[in-house]
Design a protein around this ligand. Structure first.
Ligand code: HEM
Ligand code: SF4
Length: 611
C-alpha cells in the first residue's frame, strides 16, 4: 500500500487515478511515482514493492460508447500516453467555444511506433486511410521517425487502433515514461551499415517494449489474461516504469541525421574499410527540454561512454535503462531525465554501473566523424541497382492542399510501390528501393505534388514542431509560422548571396524542444504569442549546442536581428566555414561547452545584439 510519505511525492494527476478509479481494473499500469531522493542507493526492490497497482481504467472504452464529454479524466490522460496517445483540443476554437459555453473541441493525437522509420507500402496505405477516415486528413511525419495522426475523436479511438494493428503496427509506448520509438540513420545508400543500424534499432525496440497485454485488451478487445494485469511483471520497467521518457537512436557516420547527441542513449556505428559495422560507440545523457527562466533546466549533448560489440548492444541498452530507472530523479520531473542523472553522478559512476549490470566490456570509444544532420535530397543509387528518392515534406505535414495533393500523391506511389518508405529524422520521407522502370513516374508524381526539395538552403534544413493548434504546451506558433518566416529570411539571404547555403534552422513553440532547436545553427523557441528567443552557434554536425542570442523577438525583430549576422557571414566567412561556427568566431555568441554551460555567457551576446 502507499504510505503517506509516498503520496507526498507523487505528482498530481497520477496518484489521483489510483483512488479516482478504485475498483476498476481494466487497465493497470504501475505508475506510482514513489518518491526517492537521488542518492538512495540501489533501491530497485524497495521501489517495486512500494508500487501499487494503479487501477487505471481508461474511461475511454466505456465513455466512447456512451454519451457525454469528448475528453477523458485527468488520470487517464496521463495513462493513455503509455499507449501512444495524447488528449488535445483545437486551441484555435477555444475562444469561440468558451463564448458559446461549449466544451473544448477535444480530439486525440495518436503516435505510431515505427522503429527506424521504415514502413511498407501496405502500412503507409493503412495510415493514410486512418488519417482520412478518423483523423484530420493529415499525416504528420515527426522528428523522431514516427507518424502522428491528429484529430481522432474518442469514439473512433478503438477503430483507429484496430486498423493500425491490422497493418502490423501499434502505438505502444510511443509516449509516456518509457522507452520511445527507436530511431536509426535513414540514409539507404549506406547499405550494410544502415541495415545493421536498422536491425539494432528493431532489436532494442522489441527488447524495451512493455510486455503488458493491457493495450491489446483495451483497444483490440483482446482476452484478459487469467489473473489479470496484477500478475504481469514488466521485466525491465518493474512496477514503476521510468522516471521520465527515454529516447534511443543508432547513427551511421558520416550522417548524424538522428541527432545522436540529443538522445538519452545513442549508438554510433564504427565502420570498417568496406562500410561494414565493427561495433558501436555508445553515447549517454543527451536531451533537449528546458524551462524558460529556470537555469537548472538545460539541454545537454550526450557524452561518449565507450565502445561495445554488436552482440552486447542490447544488454548495454537494458543496463542503461535500468540504471536510469533506479537512479533517475523521481521527485522532480524537470530533473528526471538521464542527462541530469549523469550530471549529478558523473559519467564514471554511470559507466561502472552499466558495465556491472550488463556484464560486458566497454572499450574506449573509437574515432568517428559526422559531417551533417541533414537529409540528402533527391535520387540516390542503391547497391542493387534500385534507387531511392528523398522527398521534402515541409515540417513533416502531409495533406491535400489546394495547390498540391501531397497525401494523395504518396498514396498513388504506395499503391504500386514494392520497395518501402523511410521517415527521416528531419521530418522528410524517402521512397526507397524503386526499380528503374518506375523512376520517371514517381519523380513526376512527387514533383507535381511539390515534394521535391526546394532551392533554399535554409528551407532544405528546416524543422518545426507541431505547436498550435493541437499541442497544449505551445506558447507560440511553430509549424504554421516557420514557412512564412523562412520566406522573409530567404529574401535577406538572397540579398547577401547566401540563398543556397545549407544553414540549419529549427523552431519550436515552447522550450521542450521537440524539433531539437538547441542543436540548430538558428534556433527559435516560443516565448509567448508571436514572440521567440533566438539561439545561434550550434554545430552543423549536431555536436555542439547553441547559445541564446536575443530574447522575445517578434517577426520583424527576428528578421532584423539575423540580417546583420547573414551580412557578416557573407563578408567574412572562411573557406568551408559553417554558419554556426562563424557566429562564434565572429563573436555573435560564445560557444556552449555542454549542458550546464548553456545559460552561461549570455549577457555579452545580448549586448552585441543590441548594438
Ligand atoms: C520535455 C518535455 C516534452 C514534452 C512535455 C513534450 C510534449 C509533446 C507533445 C504534447 C507533443 C504533441 C504535439 C502535437 O502533435 O500536437 C509533442 C510532439 C513531439 N515531440 Fe515532444 N515533448 C517534449 C520534448 C521533446 C523532445 C526533447 C523531443 C525530441 C528530441 C520530442 C519529440 C517530439 C516529436 C518528434 C513530436 C512530434 C511532432 C514533431 O515532429 O515535431 N519532444 N511533444
Ligand atoms: S516543442 Fe513544445 S510546442 Fe512544440 S510540440 Fe513540443 S511541447 Fe508542443
Amino acid at each position: 500500500m502507499l504510505s503517506g510519505e509516498e503520496l507526498t511525492f507523487a505528482p498530481p494527476g497520477v496518484l489521483g487515478g489510483v483512488f479516482g478509479n478504485a475498483g476498476r481494473v481494466d487497465f493497470c499500469v504501475d505508475l506510482v511515482r514513489v518518491g526517492r531522493p537521488v542518492g538512495d542507493g540501489d533501491a530497485d526492490e524497495a521501489q517495486r514493492d512500494a508500487g501499487v497497482v494503479g487501477d487505471l481504467v481508461v474511461d475511454v472504452v466505456t465513455d466512447a460508447e456512451g454519451e457525454g464529454t469528448g475528453a477523458i479524466v485527468e488520470d487517464d490522460q496521463q495513462l493513455v500516453k503509455f499507449h501512444g496517445m495524447y488528449l488535445q483540443d483545437d486551441r484555435d476554437l477555444r475562444p469561440e467555444r468558451t463564448r458559446k459555453k461549449m466544451e473544448k473541441a477535444f480530439a486525440f493525437m495518436i503516435r505510431v511506433r515505427v522503429p527506424g522509420g521504415v514502413l511498407s507500402p501496405a502500412q503507409w496505405l493503412a495510415l493514410d486511410q486512418v488519417a482520412r477516415d478518423y483523423g484530420n486528413h493529415t499525416m504528420r511525419l515527426t522528428t523522431r521517425q514516427t507518424v502522428q495522426l491528429h484529430g481522432i475523436i474518442k469514439s473512433n479511438l478503438k477503430a483507429t487502433l484496430k486498423e493500425i494493428d491490422a497493418a502490423l503496427l501499434n502505438s505502444i509506448a510511443a509516449c509516456g515514461d518509457v522507452n520511445r520509438n527507436v530511431m536509426c540513420g535513414a540514409n539507404p545508400e549506406q547499405g550494410p551499415a544502415h541495415a545493421a543500424a536498422l536491425e539494432l534499432a528493431r532489436k532494442v525496440s522489441d527488447h524495451l517494449t512493455p510486455q503488458t497485454p493491457a493495450y491489446r485488451e483495451i483497444w483490440l478487445d483482446g482476452e484478459r489474461i487469467a489473473g489479470g494485469e496484477d500478475n504481469v511483471v514488466e521485466p525491465i520497467y518493474g512496477k514503476t516504469y521510468l522516471p521520465r521518457k527515454f529516447k534511443i537512436v543508432a547513427a551511421v557516420p558520416p550522417s548524424n541525421d538522428v541527432d545522436v547527441f540529443a538522445h538519452d542513449l545513442g549508438f554510433i556505428a564504427v565502420l570498417d574499410d568496406k562500410g561494414g559495422v565493427t561495433g558501436w560507440n555508445v553515447t549517454v545523457g543527451g536531451g533537449m527540454g528546458m524551462t524558460h527562466g529556470e537555469e537548472d533546466t538545460y539541454p545537454r549533448t550526450a557524452d561518449l561512454m565507450g565502445f561495445c560489440a554488436t552482440k552486447d548492444a542490447v544488454a548495454i541498452a537494458e543496463a542503461v535503462v535500468t540504471v536510469q530507472r533506479d537512479w533517475g530523479d523521481r521527485l522532480n520531473r524537470k530533473h528526471a531525465r538521464l542527462k541530469y542523472t549523469i550530471e549529478d553522478r558523473g559519467l564514471d559512476f554511470f559507466r561502472a554501473e552499466v558495465v556491472r549490470r550488463a556484464k560486458v566490456v566497454l572499450e574506449p570509444a573509437k574515432p568517428f566523424k559526422f559531417t551533417s544532420t541533414g537529409d540528402r535530397y533527391g535520387w540516390s543509387q542503391a547497391a542493387d541497382g534500385r534507387s531511392h528518392l528523398t522527398l521534402f515534406v515541409q515540417n513533416g505535414r502531409l495533406f491535400d492542399h489546394a495547390s498540391a495533393k501531397q497525401l494523395s500523391a504518396l498514396r498513388q506511389i504506395a499503391q504500386s510501390h514494392d520497395g518501402n518508405f523511410r521517415i527521416t529524422p528531419n521530418q522528410n520521407l524517402i521512397v526507397a528501393n524503386i526499380p528503374i522502370e518506375r523512376q520517371t513516374e514517381i519523380h513526376w508524381i512527387a514533383k507535381e505534388a511539390g515534394l521535391l526539395a526546394p532551392w533554399s538552403g535554409l528551407r532544405r534544413n528546416s524543422m518545426a514542431c507541431v505547436a498550435l493548434p493541437t499541442c497544449g504546451l505551445a506558447l507560440a506558433e511553430s509549424e504554421r509560422y516557420l514557412p512564412d518566416l523562412m520566406t522573409a529570411l530567404d529574401e535577406s539571404l538572397a540579398a547577401h548571396g547566401l540563398s543556397s547555403d545549407d544553414i540549419v534552422i529549427r523552431m519550436t513553440g515552447c522550450p521542450n524542444g521537440c524539433a531539437r532547436p538547441y542543436l540548430a545553427e538558428i534556433g527559435l523557441v516560443g516565448k509567448g504569442p508571436g514572440r521567440y528567443n533566438l539561439y545561434l552557434g550550434a554545430a552543423f554536425d549536431g555536436s555542439r549546442l547553441s547559445k541564446l542570442y536575443a530574447e522575445d523577438l517578434d517577426h520583424g525583430a527576428i528578421v532584423a536581428a539575423l540580417d546583420p549576422v547573414f551580412a557578416a557571414y557573407a563578408a567574412e566567412l572562411q573557406k568551408g566555414e559553417r554558419f554556426g561556427d562563424f557566429t562564434i568566431r565572429a563573436g555573435f555568441v560564445a560557444a556552449t561547452g555542454n549542458g550546464r554551460d548553456f545559460h552561461a555567457n549570455v549577457a555579452k551576446q545580448a549586448a552585441r545584439a543590441a548594438r
